[in-house]
Design a protein around this ligand. Structure first.
Ligand code: FAD
Length: 497
């Protein structure tokens, strides 16, 4: 893997790239993989210590069915196109994806009209299998949905994915095909010369003929660096609540209420890993980094979730998080060339951006082609990646066979999610550099005890395998250290006495 980390790796101008992608969320990662199909020098600059640590890890993980988005929008066009790519992508790259289907529930006549409108949208788009269900069918298929429901729209094309796994798999594939991934590289300035851009990131200088702005909520800041005043990006926060596995199976499809103008509402989501998640809220925020959860958000979420599925209780909540949607004027995606030649915006990628990501990536490659990028295909592109081992999904016989060759498969690092030390070791080999990087790749720390048992061993393994002191290990990069060195501890004690 050609992965450069830490300051000093590039204090001078790097060689000329054909394309620089700014931002390693699911959008940047998907674009990176698409671009490595061609004979190009491409790099991706990511501000954080790993890819996928922005909004792309903090969402509902739904691959939307394609029938929800308003007609005539880019969101609608790209959500359905993207939806159809996920089965193939999951097979090629070995991450978790399951087509669960979804159910939009109506409680009164006005809601039924909404269902009819959404059904028509889906039919107009040619989405197969959309069907209106009456109360008997709802109770038969989803007995835990409220008996107050009067009708529901079933869409079989919706699914769930592990969004962070998808980001990691996309970037690992891109890196395997020659992408230069540069993490800990926040872009702070861009200058346009006669035929290229100079980009300052993390104290280093890069050069590129073309730039793709995929910086999520910070896309406006990046666009301003080249003198553009658009797109203006506003933040809309969404809080999500993850429930104990005790509730696994309470619903088998994603349960939606009828949507409002700004949001799809609070959903009940059977995640890929078998847990139930409820959310997201939708709240305008000034601070684009505000990922706090709140008592108000929690009580609104559980009240609305209970209206759909009465058996849901806040007592079962084991974890909560929030993400910020990047909202552009007009509420649609903003994807296209700009007044600055060679600078392409991929901005305002709010929901259903995860769903649309594979189609957005293809669209961006096409746009770069129209901007003069030479899209000569490579003959040696490797589109598939080996599926990582997940001990929890193996039979005892399969695990025993693995452990006979490799004793680390016999040592359990995370008891709640049944993750072995071999999986931790392999995740570090694939690029995990932080505790969250390990958690999102292996699920270590995601269970009932939320890392109480596995954190020390995961930290030890990170320190050993990366050959860094234990005190340097962070939760998610930056200053999120977990333990203090003895010297600092002694100093603090002396100051206190
Ligand atoms: C609560 C919530 C629920 C959602 N649920 C769904 C869903 O179920 N289905 C769906 O389809 N969509 C969903 N979405 C939307 C989806 O998550 C986003 O559309 C998608 O993640 C956007 O990806 P991105 O790559 O544009 O942004 P991000 O993932 O935020 O990536 C942008 C990256 O740019 C980096 N960056 C920023 N500034 C700089 C800089 N100066 N230099 C270098 N790098 C920089 C950031 O660190 C970040 O990694 C949801 C969103 C939220 C908030």
């Amino acid at each position: 893997m050609r992965v450069h980390r830490g300051p000093g790796a590039y204090d001078t101008v790097s060689t000329m790239n054909d394309v620089t992608i700014i931002g390693g969320g699911v959008i940047g990662c998907a674009i990176a993989r698409e671009l490595t199909r061609f004979r190009l020098d491409v790099n991706l600059l990511e501000a954080q210590s790993e890819v996928g640590f922005g909004t792309s890890k903090s969402n509902s993980g739904i691959i939307h069915g394609g029938h929800h988005a308003e007609p005539g929008t880019l969101k609608a066009e790209l959500a359905w196109a993207g939806n159809q790519r996920w089965v193939g992508l999951a097979q090629e790259l070995g991450f978790g994806f399951r087509r669960t289907g979804d159910l939009m529930v109506a409680f009164d006549d006005a809601d039924v009209e909404t269902l009819e409108r959404v059904e028509q949208q889906g039919n107009d788009r040619g989405i197969p299998g959309i069907e209106m269900w009456g109360i008997d069918r709802i109770q038969l298929e989803e007995p835990n949905v409220s008996s107050d429901a009067v009708a529901a729209l079933h869409g079989p094309t919706a699914g769930v994915v592990n969004p962070y796994e998808a980001c990691f798999a996309l970037i690992e594939c891109a890196v395997a095909n020659g992408l230069d991934l540069v993490v800990n590289a926040p872009v702070s300035a861009i200058t346009r010369d006669a035929d290229s851009f100079e980009i300052i990131a993390g104290g280093r200088r890069f050069r590129s003929r073309m730039v793709v702005n995929a910086a999520g909520v910070h896309a406006e800041t990046i666009a301003r660096m080249v003198g553009l005043t658009e797109p203006a990006i506003r933040g809309r926060k969404g809080e999500e609540y993850l429930l104990d596995k005790r509730l696994a199976g309470i619903v088998s499809r994603i349960i939606f209420p009828c949507p409002s103008a700004n949001t799809k509402g609070i959903l009940v989501i059977p995640t890929f890993d078998g847990t139930i998640m409820v959310g997201p809220t939708a709240e305008a925020v000034e601070d684009l980094e505000d990922v706090t959860t709140t008592a108000t958000g929690s009580s609104a979420t559980f009240d609305l979730a209970r209206r759909l599925v009465p058996g849901i209780s806040e007592r079962d909540c084991i974890a909560e998080f929030a993400g910020v949607r990047a909202v552009a004027a007009g509420n649609d995606f903003v994807i296209g060339p700009t007044a600055v030649a060679g600078f392409v915006n991929v901005a305002g990628i709010q929901s259903p951006g995860l769903t649309a990501a594979p189609a957005i990536a293809e669209m961006v490659v096409e746009i770069l082609g129209t901007q003069g990028l030479d899209l000569s295909p490579r003959t040696d592109f490797q589109g598939t990646m080996p599926r990582p081992v997940h001990a929890a999904s193996l039979s005892i016989k399969e695990l025993t066979e693995l452990a006979a060759d490799d004793r680390e498969y016999a040592r359990i690092a995370c008891r709640c999610e049944f993750v072995t030390e071999a999986e931790i070791r392999d995740a570090i080999g694939r690029g995990a550099r932080t505790l969250d990087g390990l958690k999102f790749r292996t699920r270590a720390g995601m269970g009932r005890c939320q890392g109480g048992f596995c954190t020390p061993r995961s930290m030890e393994m990170l320190a050993e395998l990366l050959d860094v002191p234990l005190v340097d290990i962070t939760k998610r990069g930056g200053g999120s250290w977990i333990v203090r060195g003895r010297d600092e501890h002694d100093q603090l004690r002396e100051t206190a006495t």
